[in-house]
Design a protein around this ligand. Structure first.
Ligand SMILES: [Zn+2]
Length: 445
């Protein structure tokens, strides 16, 4: 999946670390029957889509919709609470006090920035922790999506906190150095530094970050590995290995991802996918992930992130000048080169990324749709694809309205994806699979 934009946002705003990501589809069945005279529109696409959507029992569908729609409101609450806490830091001069403490400890500017950073993160996360517990733990359990007890969940959060403290400092220290040296032109170089940082994070993520949360190992089962590598070779992907990871530690969600950068790039699938899915379903998922790889989505994502960041930094620059001219003295923040300005910068980032959510989602969703198309062509398993899309419907609303999907979805909805699969199948009737069509995915619960 393409996480560059999201990753940059997360790092800049200092939230959580990159979550695992998403799914696609693929399999390698020799297609034949070019000679056949099968009518092109051999199936009714809409009826086929509705038949798949009907596989999820109504009660479960209602629960999935409620979960996903609740997420919209959480996005809003996250922003409101985050901005409120950041404002408290400015208004009560906590930010200025943290800076003063850092200045008393050392005269060395980069260390001051790092010391401020640690205080800032600890205060911010402490005050937003209750919402974090609700969102990340209580709510996931309420909807039966989590396999973790509180201790296990907290352990993951503490690991993420340590990463944010260390990696955030690695980004913030040079950024403030740039602001101090360059003045107004910091925003362009700031975007460059941030992109290099995100590329660096992508590079080390599979090797040093992901293993802190899950165990990764090479997929050994030849019955699954061989067909996947066959698709990879056919698509010019120089892979000798596929990785599996134990996401069942956290949840029952099926997922797969492309992670890494340049030399560390790899395709991984989670153990839930292996447990719950048939080979055609696994193949179509892997075909989707290979699509991300072949279509260079990682690199395109980075480029787009760079452009967005230049605009974001320009906005932040303007907002800081505006706000400090009015309230700088009251907050005891000396200027843009003063690290105590960070809460204000974060408020402006929140605002910017909140407003541009539809744009960021659309960039990501468009790439996901491309990967779906790629997966269908690479794996030739439209029915397997439709079943996987239904499983993703456990945590993503299956059939939203068009505006809702455009604004709020970072992946295509179940209906959109299954429609694409059935449309593809209508043109390739020989790939139809009765076994997949009749497979029961959900047990009433
Ligand atoms: Zn994807």
């Amino acid at each position: 999946m393409v996480q560059a934009t999201r990753l940059a946002l997360a790092v800049v705003l200092l939230f959580s670390l990159p979550a695992a990501s998403q799914t696609g589809s693929a399999s390698v069945q020799p297609a034949q029957s070019t000679a056949s005279s099968a009518p092109a529109q051999s199936i009714d696409v809409k009826a086929a889509v509705d038949a798949y959507l009907a596989k999820m029992p109504p009660a479960q569908r209602a629960r999935s919709d409620a979960y996903f729609e609740g997420g919209y409101w959480l996005m809003l609450w996250d922003v409101l609470l985050g901005v409120f806490v950041l404002w408290l830091m400015l208004h009560f001069r906590w930010s200025a006090r943290m800076r003063n403490l850092a200045e008393r400890i050392t005269r060395f500017k980069p260390i001051q920035t790092a010391l401020y950073w640690i205080q800032f993160i600890l205060v911010f996360l402490a005050l937003t922790f209750p919402l974090g517990v609700y969102e990340g733990y209580l709510r996931e359990h309420k909807y039966g999506l989590s396999n973790q007890n509180f201790g296990q969940w907290l352990r993951d959060q503490l690991v993420a906190l340590a990463l944010i403290l260390v990696l955030g400092a690695v980004l913030i220290v040079p950024l403030f150095g740039l602001v101090r040296r360059l003045g107004k032109t910091w925003r362009v170089w700031g975007a460059v530094v941030t992109i290099v940082f995100v590329a660096f994070l992508n590079l080390i993520a599979p090797v040093y970050i992901a293993p802190l949360f899950n165990q990764y190992k090479k997929l050994e089962d030849a019955r699954i590995k061989d067909p996947i590598l066959q698709i990879a070779r056919a698509n010019g992907i120089p892979a000798n290995d596929v990785y599996e990871f134990d996401e069942s530690r956290q949840s029952n969600r099926v997922s797969a991802k492309v992670s890494g950068f340049a030399g560390t790039m790899r395709i991984s699938l989670n153990d839930n996918l292996l447990k719950r899915c048939t080979l055609p379903e696994i193949e179509t998922t892997m075909g989707h992930e290979m699509g991300h790889y072949v279509l260079n989505h990682q690199y395109k994502g980075l480029l787009i992130t760079g452009i967005v960041l230049v605009i974001a930094f320009a906005f932040v620059n303007w907002g800081i000048s505006y706000a400090l001219a009015r309230w700088g003295e009251a907050w005891d923040v000396r200027g843009i080169t003063d690290v105590a300005v960070l809460p204000l910068a974060a408020i402006l980032f929140y605002f910017f990324f909140f407003i541009t959510t539809p744009l960021n989602n659309t960039v990501e969703r468009t790439m996901e749709y491309e990967a779906d198309m790629y997966g269908l062509n690479a794996a030739r398993q439209p029915d397997g694809e439709a079943n996987v899309d239904m499983m993703l419907g456990e945590y993503r609303k299956l059939d939203p309205g068009p505006v809702e999907e455009f604004v709020l979805f970072d992946h295509p909805s179940g209906r959109t994806r299954i429609t694409a699969a059935m449309r593809w199948k209508a043109e390739h009737p020989e790939t139809s699979s009765a076994e997949e069509m009749t497979k029961k995915i959900f047990t009433e619960k």
